[in-house]
Design a protein around this ligand. Sequence first.
Ligand SMILES: Nc1ncnc2c1ncn2[C@@H]1O[C@H](COP(=O)(O)OP(=O)(O)OP(=O)(O)O)[C@@H](O)[C@H]1O
Ligand SMILES: O=C(O)c1ccc[n+]([C@@H]2O[C@H](COP(=O)([O-])O)[C@@H](O)[C@H]2O)c1
Length: 221
Amino acid sequence: MVDMNTLQAIYGGTFDPVHYGHLKPVEILANLIGLQRVIIMPNNVPPHRPQPEATPAQRKYMLALAIADKPLFTLDERELKRDTPSWTSQTLAEWRAEEGPDRPLAFIIGQDSLLNLPSWHRYETILDNSHLLVCRRPGYPLLMKEEQHQRWLDEHLTHNVEDLHTRPAGKIYLAETPWFDISATIIRERLQQGLSCDALLPPAVLDYIHAQGLYQQSADA
Ligand SMILES: Nc1ncnc2c1ncn2[C@@H]1O[C@H](COP(=O)(O)OP(=O)(O)OP(=O)(O)O)[C@@H](O)[C@H]1O
Ligand SMILES: O=C(O)c1ccc[n+]([C@@H]2O[C@H](COP(=O)([O-])O)[C@@H](O)[C@H]2O)c1
């Protein structure tokens, strides 16, 4: 019999700011595959993108507000404590060393991140240490850009949820989560233009953004 309580998942991101497009697909994913806990892990130095507008402390605080009434989520500060780029391969290797070789571990990403994954630092080691759980995201193709990366994806794909709970690592699961057409970029742009973001992120996070005067200046200013 499969023990549905052992699979642990980390959800990494910049979360500048956290929004419903982060939270809702992952809550649905957790229900779909029987995940009891999701560890949200904000990065300190995002490797492949412009640096965030909010400070690490502000991004962490917004996450804490967003998950305050959601027992599914806990917060992990390990990457916030590192000043070097937040390489996921390094984080997952450390996590694997802590958890031992047998525990099923997973890293959650959106479809856009999957497409870029072959450009990540030592990406091929990620599946040595964890599974990948991928949430759908509108506006991104289903196929990898290069044939060799599509082959890599196909070789590791599973449609069997039991694989995720019984194997420690090595599988990619494309979850049939609904589309949420929300991005932190759109939220920052709307806030800068003084437009409403009420439906896009939790009210407590939005109140904090206004109280801190965050995202009101153009990023180019
Ligand atoms: N609307 C969404 N649907 C599914 N996954 C998402 C969505 N928004 C973000 N994600 C996923 O959440 C993780 C963290 O994303 P991130 O913090 O960069 O948010 P973002 O909205 O993409 O930010 P930005 O617009 O600043 O690039 C990534 O794996 C990303 O693919
Ligand atoms: O390790 C890498 O090379 C790497 C490159 C890009 C992104 N990541 C991680 O992927 C997660 C989502 O990234 P982002 O930029 O969409 O917030 C976050 O945890 C990043 O630290 C990791």
